[in-house]
Design a protein around this ligand. Structure first.
Ligand SMILES: NC(=O)C1=CN([C@@H]2O[C@H](COP(=O)(O)OP(=O)(O)OC[C@H]3O[C@@H](n4cnc5c(N)ncnc54)[C@H](OP(=O)(O)O)[C@@H]3O)[C@@H](O)[C@H]2O)C=CC1
Ligand SMILES: CC[C@](O)(C(C)=O)C(=O)O
Ligand SMILES: [Mg+2]
Ligand SMILES: [Mg+2]
Length: 336
């Protein structure tokens, strides 16, 4: 049953009525990482789901082969009771103006998996629209995989506008329908989700961790150590260590490592994350809160993503990726 963890309301399957989605015409826009997972999980829970994609979309065939009716974005929005927007954040505002807003039924539910466009006022829905968010705290492919395995990725839910009065019930039904009721559905706001999600992915989960692993690898290789050895130490073993943290927190991980490692952990960790690193984190958070990051991201996208594409090419060609690919070829069980 619903609980309260340190001031956050958490719902489980027993608190959600997935039946609230039955009989509703549901449109999922996009069939990428999140899109395929939400759509397939809801379909397998008996829901009537149509996929909306742009003309010529790479995902069109995959969605059709999975058994969905697929329509162009505007057509898929027409008549839908719930429209879940699962297209890239940088494309949502233009798509909203050109294809969603002109076709959105009065009183429909407009939904998101991340608060970016609503929080930063890139999308301003009409007064009659109900606006909610179901934001999985994990990659879309795991939203699908864990659902199939019988569990689910925890989700944040939030309501921005509620003219119908039942928008939170619909949001909870959606979250449970994609599997989150098995692991936890946490109530939040668009602002909280947007700012913490951007901070987490930049400073810790993706930006911070990848930079740390890559710099560790470079330091060992630069000092003349074998790159394979460096890769195992600084990249490959990360998953095994993080799995223990995931299962039981830092203490479970520290119970499993040697005293030598634990001593080095306390001695060296603070030398890596210095006062300068803390200040950099605070600065990153300020840029997120002020909207400066959002503006820079949208500007890069509108000019063809010169920064994103340049950095992606550099990252793809880095030695660490070549060593990793060679090692993974020796471990075929990793690729399921
Ligand atoms: N990736 C993740 O795990 C997470 C993502 N989110 C959020 O989910 C949302 C979707 O992100 P993500 O799943 O990564 O996106 P992806 O890039 O994986 O997929 C985007 C999908 O949208 C389609 N698409 C692109 N433009 C349009 C359009 N104009 N109309 C209809 N469909 C279009 C793409 O098809 P094609 O390009 O073939 O046309 C593709 O199927 C974002 O808000 C993101 O922040 C939230 C939590 C985690
Ligand atoms: C960590 C990245 C993420 O926020 C996610 C998978 O939750 C994203 O935007 O993809
Ligand atoms: Mg996230
Ligand atoms: Mg994110």
């Amino acid at each position: 049953m619903a609980g309260n963890i340190l001031g956050t309301t958490v719902y489980y399957d027993a608190d959600c009525n997935v039946e609230k989605l039955v009989g509703k015409k549901i449109t999922v826009l996009g069939y990428g990482s999140q899109g395929h997972a939400h759509a397939l999980n809801l379909k397998e829970n008996g829901m009537d789901v149509t996929i909306g994609l742009r003309k010529g979309s790479k995902s069109w065939t995959a969605a059709e082969e999975a058994g969905f009716p697929v329509k162009e974005t505007g057509e898929a929005v027409k008549g839908a009771d719930i429209v879940m927007v699962l297209i890239p954040d940088e494309l949502q505002a233009d798509t909203y103006a050109n294809a969603i807003a002109p076709n959105l039924k009065k009183g429909a539910y407009l939904a998101f998996a991340h608060g970016f466009n609503i929080h930063f006022n890139k999308i301003v829905p009409p007064a009659d629209a109900n606006v909610f968010m179901v934001a999985p705290k994990g990659p879309g492919h795991l939203v699908r995989r864990t659902f199939q395995e019988g569990s689910g990725v925890p989700c944040l839910v939030a309501v921005e506008k509620d003219p119908s009065g039942d928008t939170m019930e619909i949001a909870k039904a959606w979250a449970a329908g994609i599997g989150a009721g098995r692991s936890g559905i946490l109530e939040t706001t668009f602002r909280q989700e947007t700012e913490t999600d951007l901070f987490g992915e930049q400073a810790v989960l993706c930006g911070g961790v990848c930079a740390l692993m890559q710099t560790g690898f470079e330091t060992l290789v630069e000092a003349g150590y074998n790159p394979v050895n460096a890769y195992f130490e600084c990249v490959h073993e990360m998953k095994l260590i993080v799995d223990l943290i995931y299962e039981g927190g830092f203490q479970t991980m520290r119970n499993s490592i040697s005293n030598t490692a634990e001593y080095g952990d306390y001695l060296t960790g603070p030398k890596m994350i210095t006062e300068q690193t803390r200040q950099a984190m605070r600065d990153v958070l300020k840029d997120i809160q002020s909207g400066a990051f959002a503006e820079a991201f949208i500007k890069d996208s509108k000019t063809g993503f010169p920064f994103l594409k340049g950095e992606r090419a550099k990252a793809e060609n880095h030695e660490v990726e070549k060593v990793g690919a060679a090692l993974r070829n020796l471990m075929p069980w990793i690729k399921k």
